[in-house]
Design a protein around this ligand. Structure first.
Ligand SMILES: [Zn+2]
Length: 186
């Protein structure tokens, strides 16, 4: 297994619509395992493949907080086939939107259909935190982000800050590379 780099806003790849998985093969299973390890390492409770720059309809979720309560879900080509009219609000965050949390309202209960690791069709009902996490991750597959639910003003403020952070990181990496080449030349 391997820990994969997580891409963050404003990386334009996060806005891509992910492609369905046609066959659950060894490559897909490896990606699922790597995504789970990456999510645990972050740490996070949900991760969509596009967050590791793979535009495929794959999601891993685990809302268990400790080793004892861990129960990973592997969702391939997941879709919401039913959603309650009742809504609930959670304070959400996202590994691709670092250091920002805000309240988002979503259906309180959903039914999800997906393929499992054996390529078989499965369905399950989710409520509470699990319903929120699954909907948050499925939104990534459409190129969506939880900040799309916020006011334009709030969203622009978050994107602006993260764009600055990305620029600083780029400059720092550039300076580091220059220093290293100077040192190598000395
Ligand atoms: Zn997210």
């Amino acid at each position: 297994m391997a820990i994969l780099p997580i891409i963050t806003v404003p990386d334009p790849r996060l806005r891509k619509i992910s492609e369905p998985v046609e066959r659950v093969d060894a490559e897909i299973l490896t990606l699922l395992d790597d995504m789970l390890e990456t999510m645990y390492d972050a740490p996070g409770i949900g991760l969509a493949a596009i967050q590791v720059a793979e535009p495929r309809r794959i999601v891993v979720v685990d809302i268990g907080k400790t080793d004892e309560t861990r129960a990973p879900l592997f969702l391939i080509n997941p879709e919401v086939i039913w959603a309650s009219e009742e809504l609930s609000t959670y304070n959400e965050g996202c590994l691709s939107v670092p250091d920002y949390y805000d309240d988002v309202k979503r259906p309180a209960r959903v039914r999800i259909r997906h393929l499992d690791r054996a390529g078989a069709v499965q369905e399950f009902d989710a409520e509470g935190l699990l319903a929120t996490v699954v909907q948050h991750e499925l939104e990534h597959l459409e190129g969506g982000l939880f900040i799309d639910h916020l006011s334009r003003l709030k969203r622009e403020r978050v994107v602006k800050r993260l764009t600055k952070v990305a620029r600083y990181d780029e400059i720092a990496a550039h300076n580091r590379a220059e220093r290293e080449s100077e040192e190598a030349g000395a």
